[in-house]
Design a protein. Structure first.
Lengths: 323, 348
């Protein structure tokens, strides 16, 4: 009972982290599901967004503007990966890894801006000194600072992002992007410039990740160069968990909402694991197993469905033969 | 068809719960008496809590450790030993979380402590400290194994006291004494190479500070920064080619790869002075050493004062290690033909 009680108490924190990572997962969803390429830039982009946002904030820039610029910074990273891929002919997965690698040095430089060493691995931003959009400080505050509560802030932010993306995917450019992911040859035959569509997709995706990075840095009170390590796994896990739970394969709106749901569920599971006192040395193994399980279930489901169809078909054939 | 999917969902959920339950039952016993994670403790201390389970816990202390690492483990152990000795066994209940080297996990663990309303948080290393500082302004936070609080918390005009709900201990061996040691051992050297990982804020801080002391003494200092373990050997080689002595701060990346460094510096015949004994025993000749168990213990003493209401955390200055020891690596000194003066202890 005590365990359940403490689990319920930790729900606000789970929601706060989950909603922020939901935006990141939407970025992963756009490349992995819609565009059908695995983009590993995001591990670097998350830290890039965080670094840019915190640097600007501590230098007196309005925090909303700083967060917006973090998103633009993410889009820039996506553009670089896109150009590596389409203009230099580098395979998408490698192009993403290259940008991610480069961003490590860039992030050190960004955070070290104005310091004598010129590089810095972590940059703190205190909610006491700056008027941050959200902070883990207020995640349990339901009265005085309601407007600062991360959950209250993140729900409309998520809604706006989902609405814009939903609208976008219905426009001509958005449809072209989806067609490119569905069938590249066919899309090209229809006169779609698939290279442009790929670059745009990567930019939107990384823009979202940059935005999530900026928000996450404010939430945890610092950005660090290792912030994005393993982010792709969390993002993928959220996408897959969301898909399994909502069964919305192929529908963009359901997919996007699934990202948020999936990342909340992911953090809930992590919270349980940590609560149970599981050695954190095994945490990564456990994460990998959860993701593998969620990835495998749809496949097994598919297999079971085909097997059943086959047995039904063969019965019908027998019946037909008899007739 | 829909039924099938629902069944699968339920089955999946059941598997997850079972998996979790299995994890819980296997790990809990080992938590009570696992001596492998507590190298510096006497076995009796770690075995006792299970026997004294009837003592009513008066305080709950949350411990968030950045990763599993010998030094951090020792600091945690020192902290627990101090509290158990001062307040008595079983009076303090310890909630422990290890972030496994991921910043996100620090936020999750700290959030768990805040939701439970623990009486005090021990933030073992920089990320837990940052996460805790962000998460609460009310629960007292003590840091340990943090080198420089001003950098970690972005404080201008550093006075030695953080204020608010934060205090703690620093793992830094006094850098002026380290510079003096380089002068004592290598008075004739001119070029000092400073080897460190640019991804570690603590290292950058130490390099900047010791450069000031060394240049005052007339040495020429050149920083050699590597970004991660992959370019470590080429940067080390470059440092060897251009330096008479190399200094390495308390750098985690260097500490994890001392063999790589040793193979290069010993072959080049360049002595290394290190910021802590782990690096020194791997690739160095001499070091000024602090004990992480000691700083953990000091932090535990501070915690006892705060919990009993004897001290106000907002006025407690950051403390450093109570003792420093001059140490040397006998094997490497012999290889390089360096004679160590009196007053140094050999690293076992």
């Amino acid at each position: 009972m005590e365990f359940l009680q403490s689990l319920v108490n930790s729900l606000p924190g789970v929601l706060g982290q989950g909603l922020i990572w939901g935006l990141m997962a939407m970025g992963v969803y756009i490349t992995y599901r819609v565009l059908d390429i695995a983009d590993l830039t995001v591990d670097g982009t998350l830290g890039f967004g965080g670094a840019v946002c915190v640097l600007l904030t501590v230098n007196g820039v309005n925090v909303w503007l700083a967060t917006l610029i973090a998103m633009l910074a993410g889009m820039l990273a996506g553009l670089v990966t896109g150009l590596f891929h389409t203009k230099c002919g580098i395979p998408a997965i490698l192009a993403g890894i290259l940008t991610q690698l480069a961003l490590y040095s860039v992030n050190l430089r960004v955070m070290g801006w104005g310091t004598s060493a010129g590089t810095q691995a972590t940059l703190a931003v205190s909610v006491d000194k700056y008027d941050l959009i959200l902070s883990s400080r207020y995640v349990r505050d339901w009265s005085e600072n309601l407007i600062n509560n991360p959950i209250v802030v993140m729900i409309p932010v998520t809604a706006v992002v989902v609405a814009i993306l939903w609208w976008y995917f219905k426009t001509e450019s958005g449809s072209a992007l989806r067609a490119t992911g569905a069938n590249r040859q066919m899309a090209r035959a229809q006169g779609i410039n698939t290279s442009t569509a790929t670059v745009i997709g990567l930019m939107i995706s990384n823009g979202l990740v940059g935005l999530a990075g900026g928000l996450l840095a404010q939430y945890q009170g610092s950005s660090s160069v290792d912030m994005g390590r393993g982010a792709i796994v969390i993002g993928l896990a959220a996408v897959i968990i969301g898909e399994v739970l909502l069964r919305g394969h192929g529908k963009v709106l359901v997919g996007l909402l699934g990202c948020t749901l999936g990342s909340i569920v992911y953090y809930f599971v992590i919270q349980i694991v940590l609560r149970l006192g599981l050695g954190t040395n095994d945490l990564k193994l456990f994460t990998a197993l959860i993701v593998a399980l969620f990835l495998a279930v749809p496949y097994w489901k598919g297999k079971a469905a085909t097997a059943r169809k086959r047995s039904v078909n063969s019965k019908e054939e027998k019946n037909n033969a008899r007739a | 068809m829909m039924k099938m999917k629902k069944l699968l969902c339920i089955a999946l959920a059941a598997i997850m719960v079972l998996a979790l339950a299995a994890c819980g039952s296997t790990t809990q016993p080992s938590e009570n008496g696992d001596p492998s994670s507590a190298p510096a403790s006497d076995p009796a201390a770690s075995a006792e809590p299970s026997e004294n389970a009837e003592v009513e816990a008066q305080y709950v202390v949350g411990i968030c450790q950045q990763m599993t690492h010998d030094a951090l483990d020792q600091a945690t152990q020192g902290f627990k030993d101090a509290l158990n000795e001062i307040l008595g066994e079983g009076v303090v209940k310890f909630e422990e979380g290890n972030a496994g080297g991921e910043q996100n996990n620090c936020t999750t663990i700290i959030d768990g402590f805040v939701s439970e309303g623990v009486d005090l948080i021990l933030a073992n290393a920089t990320w837990p400290l940052q996460a805790a500082a962000s998460a609460t302004a009310d629960i007292p936070i003590l840091g340990t194994s943090v080198t420089d609080y001003a950098t970690a918390l972005n404080i201008d005009n550093w006075t030695g006291t953080v204020g608010g709900n934060i205090s703690g201990t620093s793992d830094l061996a006094p850098l002026d004494q380290q510079a003096a040691m380089i002068q004592e051992l290598f008075p004739d050297a001119t070029n000092v190479g400073l080897l460190y990982c640019s991804g570690e804020p603590n290292s950058v801080y130490q390099i900047e500070t010791i450069t000031g002391y060394l240049e005052e003494m007339g040495y020429t200092c050149t920083p050699y920064a590597f970004t991660d373990v992959n370019d470590l050997s080429s940067v080390t080689q470059m440092a060897c080619d251009n330096s008479d002595v190399i200094y390495i701060p308390t750098d985690n990346t260097a500490a994890g790869n001392t063999e790589t460094i040793a193979n290069i510096v010993l072959a080049a015949g360049v002595p290394v002075v290190a910021g802590e004994s782990g690096i020194c025993s791997g690739c160095g000749v001499a070091t000024l050493s602090i004990s992480y168990y000691d700083i953990g213990y000091t932090t535990g003493e501070m915690a006892a004062q705060i919990l009993q209401g004897e001290a106000d955390i907002s006025t407690m200055p950051i403390q450093s290690a109570p003792n420093v020891t001059k140490m040397y690596n006998a094997t490497n000194c012999e290889t390089l033909g360096i004679t160590i003066p009196e007053g140094y202890e050999a690293i076992a």
